[in-house]
Design a protein around this ligand. Structure first.
Ligand code: NAD
Length: 291
């Protein structure tokens, strides 16, 4: 079998086209468009690349997008004041804090300052709780991207064996809830699964494998079950190349569908950030009685 490659750029473009139409009709109804702010400290190279793709996506959808740049030596208090100002600004609908932040800033502490209604990344404790209860449309962006890729295959998750490798707060844990919501049988593996020598066995029986570890070739291609869907979230630099966590060529021989790295999960993650911005905007407009 030669896997079908899931083209993240194309999927992102299609989803963004739909968002563009939605934003245009929201503008007609409310007189305004979503206004999103990315709070970034210093001029981190990786962060800048990510911010550039956000700006491009926002322009395509006709969302207003701004960078709020803070000095590298910003204090935690100044950071808090900046977030408070954006929370209080009625014209701002969504806020995100760009990672990484400098070591003297406690990321999780500043992330908590962001108003629940303006939490673009869906990482606020209230939004995570609401996601557990199925009460919000603001979903963490990378897991949402994974779900869109799976949806694009047309495969029904009901009763399928889904194995997630990686249990981080931003990917593996929230993704397990989204897969459960679709009635997949979910197993979450992590470093201890590997150390116990159980990783291969779990991956071998998976209909859906999602890998978010950050180690090249941590998943061997011949572990992939025939006909499986493989979603590779990992981003690793090897020499001059960006690669994922799965042995791509070998996995293609068994998988029915696979995401490439780069060009798979990443582009759709940016789109999901924009979608969260549109959802936040709609919720705020409803509260104001404008929708
Ligand atoms: P993390 O470091 O927070 O978590 C890594 C996870 O991998 C942990 O659960 C850890 O226990 C597990 N792990 C480590 N070694 C392992 C092993 N040998 N076997 C099994 N499990 C192992 O990482 P993260 O923030 O979730 O990111 C993971 C990867 O995904 C990174 O490469 C990151 O760059 C990438 N990422 C991509 C996107 C995107 O949109 N494309 C978004 C977020 C993260």
């Amino acid at each position: 079998m030669s896997a079908k490659i899931l083209n993240g750029k194309l999927l992102a473009q299609n989803l963004e086209n739909a968002l563009k139409k939605e934003v245009a009709s929201l503008k007609k109804e409310t007189g305004c468009v979503p206004h999103l702010v990315n709070v970034m400290v210093g001029d981190h190279h990786g962060a800048c690349a990510y911010a550039k793709s956000q700006k491009k996506a926002a322009e395509h959808i006709s969302i207003q997008y701004e960078l709020e740049a803070l000095q590298e030596d910003v204090t935690q208090e100044h950071f808090r004041q900046c977030i408070k100002r954006l929370n209080d600004d009625e014209s701002v609908n969504g806020i995100m804090i760009h990672k990484p932040v400098p070591q003297h800033i406690e990321y999780h502490a500043v992330a908590k300052y962001v108003d629940t209604d303006k939490d673009l990344e869906g990482i606020n404790v209230t939004n995570i709780g609401k996601m557990l209860l199925g009460e919000t449309r603001i979903i963490p962006c990378t897991p949402a991207s994974v779900m869109e890729h799976i949806k694009s295959t047309g495969i029904d998750l009901y009763g399928k064996e889904a194995v997630i490798v990686g249990h981080s707060v931003i990917v593996g844990k929230p993704l397990s809830l989204l897969l459960l919501e679709q009635f997949a049988t979910v197993t979450v593996c992590h470093i201890a699964t590997s150390e116990a020598g159980q990783l291969e066995a779990h991956v071998r029986r998976a209909d859906i494998v999602v890998v978010a570890v950050g180690k090249p070739s941590v998943i061997k291609g011949d572990w992939i079950k025939k006909g499986a869907v493989v979603i590779d979230v990992g981003i690793n630099q090897v020499n001059d190349k960006i690669v994922g966590d799965v042995e791509f060529e070998a996995a293609c021989k068994n998988a029915a569908f696979i995401t490439p790295v780069p060009g798979g999960v990443g582009p759709v993650t940016v789109t999901m950030l924009m979608r969260n911005g549109v959802e936040a905007f709609k919720a705020q407009m409803r509260k104001k009685g404008k929708l």
